[in-house]
Design a protein around this ligand. Sequence first.
Ligand SMILES: *Cc1c(COP(=O)(O)O)cnc(C)c1O
Length: 365
Amino acid sequence: MSINVTRSSMPDYEEFCAEIRDLWDSHWLTNMGEKHNKLEKALKEYLKVPYITLFVNGHMALEDLIASFMLPKGSEVITTAFTFASTTHAIVRNGLKPVFCDIDPADCTMDESGIEALITKNTSAILPVHVYGNPCHVEAIEDIAKKHGLKVIYDAAHTFGVEYKGKSLSAFGDASIISFHATKVFNTIEGGAAVYRDKDRASILDDLKNFGIRDPETCCYAGGNAKMNEFQAAMGLCNLKYIDAEIEKRKRAAERYMERLEGVKGIRCVLSNSSDITKRNYAYMPVVFEGYKYLRDEVWQKLKDQDIIARKYFYPLTRDFRCYSNLKTYELPVSERMAENVLTLPLYAGLSLEDTDRICDIILK
Ligand SMILES: *Cc1c(COP(=O)(O)O)cnc(C)c1O
């Protein structure tokens, strides 16, 4: 039987139907309807964050969140290239210049020791990624940002439910985005949110996601359309009821992987084991093959031969995308090494321990 790298969590069919039933009475399908507002409130409580604004997807949340800071056009944003396309694209699509910092091999997040050398008079912000739900070195990054008067915006796409020192990881920095894509821990089919600590940002984000329109006769920004619709919100309301149980199931599979793979020469799981992480979400199972009897690509192929799809996540680095030939000059030896050797193994709530064992057997054979 084939196994994909992930499998979307879904509520019972009848439960979703019951949740969307009243849409046939109201005929209100989008534009900040009842379900949108109910989900926004429920997520604010679940995540224990000061302010949250929902979006049609995580990428548009990031584009609009960056836009809401009104950074000088053409200014530089220090970020990492070991990430999904979205992070770098969101910076570029805002008319800003990505400047790549290397990563820490222990957790694949930004190596803060490289930040200061990249700061120039044109730097306006730092945009690190909590890769795989591993917390960035948030205190060190905050110190550097304070010292140089820079904004800190996190790509927290992977962090749904993660807590660091008892506080939502998405609440660190000036602001963050989370993704609710079908492949993420919590999904609204497609969806996302911006999380932030300053109240004034709420109305800017509400405007930006709705063409910049504040009221029928007032348009404040050249905004796009990035609103979450009622069907997405209904899926979110259903999925939120089971999120803790779903994370618990992911945990069982993730722990089985770690039992079987950790300690094997040349294999290392890249999930941070910091005791400061007070709640985990087991979003991914990233494993690095360095000095193992098989190369990463060989392991990937062995699994594929058995119809098991692992992902080279993140390979290639965004620096090496064809559309970024102008960014090739950044030297990122650790990012390169990780991109060459990492493999994200299948992990989702419904993955059985038998299947987890079968995957481990193929890797270890
Ligand atoms: C998934 C993801 C996004 C974008 O989220 P979407 O909801 O798919 O638009 C952004 N950054 C990272 C690191 C992601 O993994």
